[in-house]
Design a protein around this ligand. Sequence first.
Ligand code: KIV
Length: 279
Amino acid sequence: MSGRLTTTDFKKMKQQGEKIVMITAYDYPAAQIVDEAGVDIILVGDSLGMVVLGYEDTLAVTLDDMIHHGKAVVRGSSSAFVIIDMPFLTYQVNSEEALRNAGRIIQETGAQGVKLEGGGETIKAVERITAAGIPAAGHLGLTPQSVGQLGGFKVQGRDAGMAAAILEESLALEKAGAFLLVLECVPRQLTAVIAERLSIPVIGIGAGRHCDGQVLVYHDVMGFYNTPRPRFVKQYAAARDEVQRAVKDYLTDVKEGRFPGEQHSFNMPGEVLAVVLEK
Ligand code: KIV
């Protein structure tokens, strides 16, 4: 029996007003770090494409990429619930294909759930996946797999029509069986309404504090990039500077003969060396 948190725990946390903490991770060491720190949910996000693989957006990420990284995250964690993003075009074609791909993710990685972006047709996929017993999370607001259609990485739901559509789709996702909803880049007032109307937990990113928990991207939290960060990110470390300082110190030590020292190398008894020298 696994000692990981479950969907029932998240429901209880919402009912009891305990905030749910989610963070992304894409590899074994990061999974160990965040799991040991005590986060509730690790998201293997398809943001992987941008922060780890160096793509401009998330569209090029494949199912095999997600499974490869998902396996490492599951191996590196033991308490957190692991959700893996279904990448672009693995659930949009039809709900049978969505179920087959969700099944591959769960079977091959050992993760506990999957996440799908959008309303509309995605709602049918969520219904099919959850009917097969796989926990599925929704994701509305700024949905990066539709960045072309949304016209960029922008706040969503500022006008009444769009806000009402997001609310409606949130309710439909809950009805379809989603166990959790991520809301990205929406006005905080809209988040508050949705979190109040849904019985499943609502996790925000750039969606204000009036929801049941928060999610951030690991590389943003740690400060791995010097590029301007979105307004909703809070950086908690300066990892890029610290890691680069360490690499520069190593480089200088090697160039100047300070590394390795005797303590970093192995000794050979004199009599053995004598034999070698006779050869
Ligand atoms: O891919 C991702 O990291 C995400 C989060 C930003 C919610 O979907």
